[in-house]
Write a protein that binds this ligand. Sequence first.
Ligand SMILES: Cc1ncc(COP(=O)(O)O)c(C=O)c1O
Length: 990
Amino acid sequence: MWHETVREYLKFLLKILSNIMKLNPLYQERFDVRHNAPDNQQISEMLKMVKADSLEHLIDETIPKAIQLKKDLNLPEAQTEFEFLESFKEIAQKNQIFRSYIGLGYYNTHTPGVIQRNILENPGWYTAYTPYQAEIAQGRLEALINFQTMVIDLTGMEIANASLLDEGTAAAEAMSMFYGLRKGKKKSATVFFVDENTFPQTVDILKTRANPMGIELRFADLSQLDVTDPDIFGFYAQQINLKGEVIDLKPIIEAATENNIHSTIGADLLALTLLTPPGEMGADCVVGTSQRFGIPMGYGGPHAAYFATKEAYKRQVPGRIIGVSVDKEGNKAYRMALQTREQHIKKEKATSNICTAQVLLAIMSGMFGVYHGPVGLKKIAVRTHSLTKLLANGLTTLGYEVTNKNFFDTITVQLESEKLREKLHSILYERKINLNLTGTHTVSIALNETTRIHDIKELIEIFALVVDEDANKYSVEDKVDSLELDWPKQLIRESRFMEHPIFNQFHAEHEMLRYIKRLENKDLSLVHSMISLGSCTMKLNATAEMIPITWPEMAHIHPYAPKEQALGYREMFIKLENMLTEITGFAATSLQPNSGAQGEYAGLMVIRAYHQSRGDEHRNVTIVPSSAHGTNPASAVMAGMKVVITKCDDQGNIDLEDLKEKAEEYKNNLAALMVTYPSTHGVFEESIQEICQIVHDNGGQVYMDGANMNAQVGLTSPANIGADVCHLNLHKTFCIPHGGGGPGMGPICVAEHLEDFLPGNPLVPTGGNQAITAISAAPWGSASILAISYAYISMMGSQGLKKATQLAILNANYIKEKLAGSYPVLYTNQKGRAAHEMIIDCRAFKEFGVEVEDIAKRLMDYGYHSPTVSFPVPGTMMIEPTESESKMELDKFCTAMISIRKEIQEIADGKADTQQNVLKNAPHTMSVALAEKWELPYSREKAVFPLESVRQSKFWPSVSRIDSAYGDRNLMCSCIPVSEYEDKPEEAMA
Ligand SMILES: Cc1ncc(COP(=O)(O)O)c(C=O)c1O
């Protein structure tokens, strides 16, 4: 018998060897095997564990047969990493980099190399998640506090948030915040006044946001604002307006304040180093972009907007605020402040839906401030202004009329005749220069950090040629020394800013490099271990996908550059739109929304426009299941909908009877149902088609929240389940890294009948034939990072993508099986299968005093980031491993979870104290573990090396358990003053 087995084995070995030796000139390395981590051996072991014969068998037991795709996705053939980079370079090179003086909120800037390489191009920074687990996120939290401090100082305001999606949406957020704050005599005021000299994209976004909320926008020159008008509750104006004029806002802000009108000012951070900040004039809110602080224009983004306001409005501030608190040892520690007011708690009472923002970009801009410091920033601003002055004087000497009285970096020049304009245009084109030619009889020129004397000489030369003048009439060199600042006194900033040591010590590159590294080392990201955050899809962000975003051809294109200069981008957009359209089964895609929540809002606004186009203006009810993510009802409210909640049954599915009842009750006004599929409970609901049918039968549209698309791609699709529109979180399923809380992208895909309403842009023709007004500031949102998703799909191809989905489902079911003996799984389908994520129930441990949070913190001692805590069910954890984790990593994670379960059992059995135990005291820092005194009833080893494998590569949390309540009671959202460190001076400098 035995020799037969040996013979078989030898035959098997020979077969393998002969396969290896067989010559094959056609061998191609494949990207999908790098992305999809489990190999065949691991897959078969895992299938055995989950008791499935094959991946297909598992999928048949997971996804209802009726909605499975009948054929493979029709996508271009998969490319290798090298093929992709080569072919994408060719596409990118179709973009032409002109020198851009267009302005409109986007400026050329130098990204300091030390920031580009060590943050933007560094997975240690870009693969982190939103800092929900603050103890292992102190690095990015500190970087965000720096950003907030910089914004607070520059704007002169009391508090600032940790970024918003773009300047236009920040202005709209301010408008809706003040609308929500109306009281007293202004309780029923509905007019928001907007200075007509505002950037066009901001105006368009304000229009989009105002209409469904019942806000009336009134546009006029700021001088026309009648502060005594009882209908006006707020106004918006830019400190430097569309034409580049610096406005003295103090009188108008003061008059408005006296009349209970809230003021929101758009301000330029670089200019604020020289200009009196709106905060010192009494402004209620200041918004803007931090793009010109080192962030490439990227044909529209991503960049971080900022939002600064008064402390009195802290509970209404949209987005996240980073605050200071203390840890268990009494050390200062950072965490997200006021989380209880986040939209997932407020749901339909929310005034904003912002979730993913622009963290990575805020970090970079904050670091730009740290690197240059106040003096460096001021020098850049002074140079920029000086050059603008030289230009203005030069053009005036040539006979042009510069219409500005006071300017910082932007001037507007009269250009009456069409002939001159054409001549100017053609010379500019030859010289590869862009100016802002959107004005009717004017041209605007906005200078920037990268502008130098020779650029000014060339601009003067060009304008001389246009009017056949001699450029030498004005010698730039001769004037350099005689320039003087001639702004009226009240415009000139006298106050100091950014005096905190953090902005005044890292100006040498070595110091900066080490500071960045020090912060990075405090954070746990995907470079350390799996981050199985349910609903967040923390998958591989492959290096080849990331490489193109910093190519100059991608980075240095202005979003309003003429379209001929962005042919590479346009080609990528079309290809990516086609790919996403195919994947969702729909008819068309808009790449504009900058996040999932913004996609929800865009989708609902499209649905709204559709109903209106059919004379169904009254359709304004949106049904949302009780298990929905908080952004769903918040987006519905913002889109002017009334939210009706429908129940879920004990299995976590939508309660069909309740849905039917609600749909029928509201059938005359039903606008939409928002449904997440597979559900936020991690299950493919069998009745999804019936659910969609019920909504359609009652006149509504189905909006599918695409956060869980990672369980659908290639196997089913939103169109197949019967939805009409969905968003895709490209920063989940399609590999854009989460950046510690953004950037993201949330394109929407729609069925044919909705295509006409896809969002447009005021300056660049985009969207449908009856496009709704803009959702975000740039026509294709954060265009540069779309290259990441395009790369992913191009390299995976149809088969790779399908396999990814199968493996995401296999990995989740494998974890479910492995943990089954230790933690009950809350929901599965009728065949006992989870989708791509699953919820484990930790509520029973409360009996022994163990909260789900304790498990989350203890995981840090094992080197893991916790899965999602208490969403969608309080007291549970939602685990989503994704396809990019190998069986080895899943096993390691499960071993940690099982080990923690044993630690819980020790408490249950009375072997460990109910208070002084490894869970309650977690995480354990190095300084706690190495302290001279150790009085805990368990060993130091057990605290920090709970498993042998942890000893091999230990991640040390930098602070102990943080007391969030303390921080909320004492809200502080700027850098810790040096005085706080008086007895620990070295920490203030660390
Ligand atoms: C189910 C679900 N819907 C919506 C969102 C919001 O997406 P974003 O953060 O991109 O705005 C999330 C975010 O995690 C989510 O999990």
